[in-house]
Write a protein that binds this ligand. Structure first.
Ligand SMILES: [Ca+2]
Length: 509
């Protein structure tokens, strides 16, 4: 067996024996230091027990506990003169002598932060058996002196902790109380809202009741108003009817009395609707709206009035040289120069008039009371159709003198017959110059219905019932003095009349 293999177990055994011993001490002069203030801080490694079984010291070492383990800061080996240092700001002395008298001292002239730490003494030696031993002392610490400030700070930290804890408790208590208070408040609010809602609902119910009552009242008022209006309307209509009846009675009485004076006929007729015959007291030429809807000018003066004027020329303000449509429908100004219109004249003279008959016993001269009694008891409204005979009259003025021509029978056919004229029963202070026009259709500058090879209307600047042209040309050129283009009545004029009116009325003779 190799000598090395026999030596190692012996060395381990010896080391085990000496490791447990505490022969070597490491004393410190100041175990608590002020950094930068405490001076002469020393660590002294020595063997107070003077252990005999050490023949030679091989190495002494002072170690410091680091995070990675123990680390040498000073080391003295057998034969060294000076201590080997790794620590800073320290001085060291030591002496390895025979046996256990060896020592090593490490001194900080002034304590530094590096001074603070945990140290131990570590010794390697040979014993009397020639074995290598290893001993280490108990660790010795150098620590910072207790700092008053630190204590104060610690106390302050503790106090702060206590205060924080107290405040935390206070806050928790406050928050819990606030939550409770908030809950109570919310509950109260909720109750108040519910109460308000209940009150509002009650108010709404009352409002609905009031509204319904108002609506009911409004309906009743409206109904009452409607009834009142209906009653008033009926009353007014009745009164209007009464007035109409009274007016009708007055007219009837007037005509009856007139008629009874001139004739003993037992039957007479009064016209409805009203024509110009019933228009009196509105001036000589009132413009009226007949019940037929036609607006006409009445002549209430000439030959006892009752005329509907169908043509008037008083100035050059209106051009009469026009075509068929204008003469058919009418043109001009009812208050000045105008042509009423062939269609309207046709309608007026040929419409199926609605007549109301009032039958009275006659042959006797009845007084007013008797007529009223008969009216009340026997008034009969009979309606039937009747072709009303009309008369036609011309009124002219030439060189300051008035002329007229009247035909007690006049009719005008419809458009399909080109408004052919039929007249008879002449009277007047002029010659019957319309005789040559009797039975002729109407012609205009755009509708030639005459008997001439040319167009009389175009040549003579007019529109008339032309035959082989004319003896009368009252729609001719205003003011014309030659060429028969003027407003002519052959037996009177040498140029144009300065006034012309044509008028019709129901024949009542
Ligand atoms: Ca012709």
């Amino acid at each position: 067996m190799d000598a090395t293999w026999t030596f190692i177990p012996k060395l381990i055994l010896a080391a085990a024996l000496v490791m447990s011993s505490r022969a070597w001490h490491l004393n410190v002069t100041s175990s608590e230091i002020d950094v930068g203030r405490t001076a002469q801080v020393s660590l002294n490694c020595f063997n107070p027990y003077q252990q005999q079984d050490i023949t030679d010291l091989l190495m002494m070492r002072i170690e410091k506990k680091q995070l990675t383990g123990w680390s040498s800061v000073a080391e003295l080996r057998h034969g060294d003169v000076d201590v080997r240092l790794t620590a800073n700001d320290v001085t060291a002395t030591g002496n390895i002598v025979s046996g256990a008298n060896s020592f090593m001292r490490l001194t900080w002239p002034l304590a530094t932060n590096d001074t603070i730490g945990l140290y131990r003494c570590d010794v390697t030696f040979l014993n009397s058996h020639g074995s290598v031993g290893w001993q280490k002392g108990l660790p010795t610490s150098i620590s910072r002196k207790s700092d008053v400030t630190f204590q104060i700070l610690s106390e302050m930290v503790e106090e702060t902790k206590r205060q924080c804890t107290q405040q935390k408790q206070d806050i928790q208590t406050y928050v819990a109380a606030a939550v409770e208070e908030n809950k109570r408040h919310c509950l109260k609010e909720k109750q108040d809202v519910l109460q308000n809602m209940t009150a509002m609902l009650k108010a709404l119910e009352i409002l609905e009741t009031v509204t319904a009552a108002l609506e009911r009242n409004q309906r009743e008022v409206l109904l009452h108003s409607q009834r009142l209006l209906a009653n008033t309307s009926a009353s007014l209509e009745q009164r209007l009817s009464d007035v109409e009846d009274k007016l009708w009675i007055r007219q009837t009485l007037y005509l009856a009395i007139s008629h009874s004076r001139s004739s003993n006929s037992s039957l007479w007729v009064s016209l409805q609707p009203q024509s110009c015959a019933s228009v009196k007291g509105f001036g000589p030429r009132p413009v009226v709206l007949l019940s037929s809807g036609q607006r006409v000018v009445c002549d209430t003066v000439t030959d006892q009035g009752g005329w509907i004027v169908i043509q008037r020329r008083v100035s050059a303000d209106v051009d009469f040289f026009r075509g068929w449509e204008d003469y058919k429908n009418g043109f001009g100004d009812l208050h000045g120069n105008f042509w009423l219109g062939l269609e309207k004249i046709h309608q007026l003279t040929s419409q199926a008039s609605c007549l109301r008959f009032k039958i009275y016993c006659s042959g006797l001269h009845m007084n007013l009371q008797l007529v009223l009694i008969f009216y009340g008891l026997f008034s009969l409204s009979l309606r039937f159709h009747h072709q009303v005979r009309h008369e036609l009259r011309f009124d002219l003025r030439f060189q300051g003198k008035n002329y007229y021509a009247s035909y007690d029978k006049f009719s005008l056919s419809g458009e399909t017959d080109n408004y052919r004229i039929q007249i008879s029963g002449f009277s007047g202070n002029v010659d019957d110059n319309m005789v040559g026009h009797n039975g002729q259709p109407f012609s205009t500058n755009d509708r030639d219905n005459d008997s001439w090879e040319k167009n009389c209307a175009s040549v003579y600047h007019g529109a008339w019932w032309y035959n082989n042209c004319h003896s009368v040309n009252l729609n001719g050129l205003w003011g014309s003095t030659g060429g028969a283009k003027g407003l002519r009545w052959k037996s009177v004029t040498t140029g144009s009349v300065s006034f012309s009116e044509m008028k019709i009325r129901p024949f009542a003779k």
